[in-house]
Design a protein around this ligand. Structure first.
Ligand SMILES: NC(=O)c1ccc[n+]([C@@H]2O[C@H](COP(=O)([O-])OP(=O)(O)OC[C@H]3O[C@@H](n4cnc5c(N)ncnc54)[C@H](OP(=O)(O)O)[C@@H]3O)[C@@H](O)[C@H]2O)c1
Length: 256
């Protein structure tokens, strides 16, 4: 795998706000030779690299098994907002779809990179009383316990829409002003997609440019975003925040 120069990727959820950005990123990367987008409807994107597969039963991936054997990286961007569907359906979409996919991929090949789009607050211990935190945590745990060789989980907070709008029940126009004020609470969908693709590619190609971009973004959060946010909270809430900060465990031991 390390000696490969070109990679085949597979995207689940390429019709969504984040998935479409991942799709464009993949199409524009020279290291990516072929992109397979699996979804229940077409993405509307036309490109020679792209092959779309219409699939409707996300609890059975048998027809896709021949495709899996040729895939190097899988980007999983299927998701539904809590409250948009009944609880049982929410759990099915968030956890069972992914669980069946992982089980199915494992029967074909374990030497694959899997990038899961999760969410801030995901709780793999499933102790959280919040449904979405529990469900996202359960999905993460499934991936973490799988035999897949390389697995990455992305937990964004607010996502600032790019090409496509979010289907969230909380309209972006309500959250956007906060995002402008405190950019550290979220990420642009295009940046998120770019990081996902960089990370997916970096560790299998060992390509330093991709690795440096990913490290740069992480360092930006540690060196710029987090101190900026802390400063803002300290200015706004004064002693109350300082007291809270003293009692709260550090996010990165000895740093924040
Ligand atoms: N917006 C935020 O600020 C934010 C932040 C962190 C995490 N999240 C998480 O992001 C996820 C949503 O991502 P997004 O904004 O990219 O969502 P989106 O635009 O609604 O796209 C969701 C994708 O999942 C697919 N999908 C949904 N239900 C499906 C089903 N029953 N069967 C097959 N495919 C299905 C959709 O396909 P169709 O096009 O066919 O419907 C689409 O491709 C949610 O799980 C949310 O928790 C959002």
């Amino acid at each position: 795998m390390k000696n490969k120069k070109e990679f085949n990727v597979m995207i689940f959820g390429a019709t969504g706000m984040v998935g479409i950005e991942v799709l464009y990123q993949c199409i524009n990367r020279s290291q990516i030779k072929r992109v397979v987008a699996v979804g229940r409807r077409p993405t509307g994107v036309k490109n020679l690299k792209l092959n779309e597969i219409e699939h409707h039963n996300f609890l059975d991936y048998t027809p896709l098994k021949p495709v899996f054997s040729d895939v190097d990286i899988c980007f999983y961007c299927i998701g539904v907002y809590q409250g948009k569907v009944a609880t049982a359906k929410f759990l099915e979409i968030t956890c069972d779809y992914l669980a069946h996919l992982i089980d199915s991929i494992e029967t074909v090949k374990e030497d694959i990179t899997f990038c899961l789009f999760s969410a801030q607050g995901a709780d793999p211990t499933e102790r959280s009383p919040i449904l979405f935190a529990k469900a996202k945590g359960r999905a993460e745990k499934k991936l973490l316990n799988s035999k897949i060789y390389r697995k990455f989980i992305f937990r964004p907070g607010f996502i600032n829409p790019g090409i496509k709008r979010a289907r969230s029940r909380i309209p972006a126009r309500i959250v956007k002003p906060f995002y402008k004020l405190i950019p550290g609470i979220g990420v642009d969908s295009s940046v998120l997609a770019s990081v996902m693709v960089d990370v997916g590619l970096a560790l299998i190609t060992l390509e330093l440019v991709c690795l440096f971009v990913s490290i740069g973004i992480i360092v930006n959060f540690i060196v710029l975003q987090i101190p900026m946010l802390d400063k803002h909270l300290s200015k706004k809430y004064g002693d109350e925040f300082e007291e809270y900060a003293k009692q709260t465990k550090k996010f990165i031991p000895l740093v924040y």
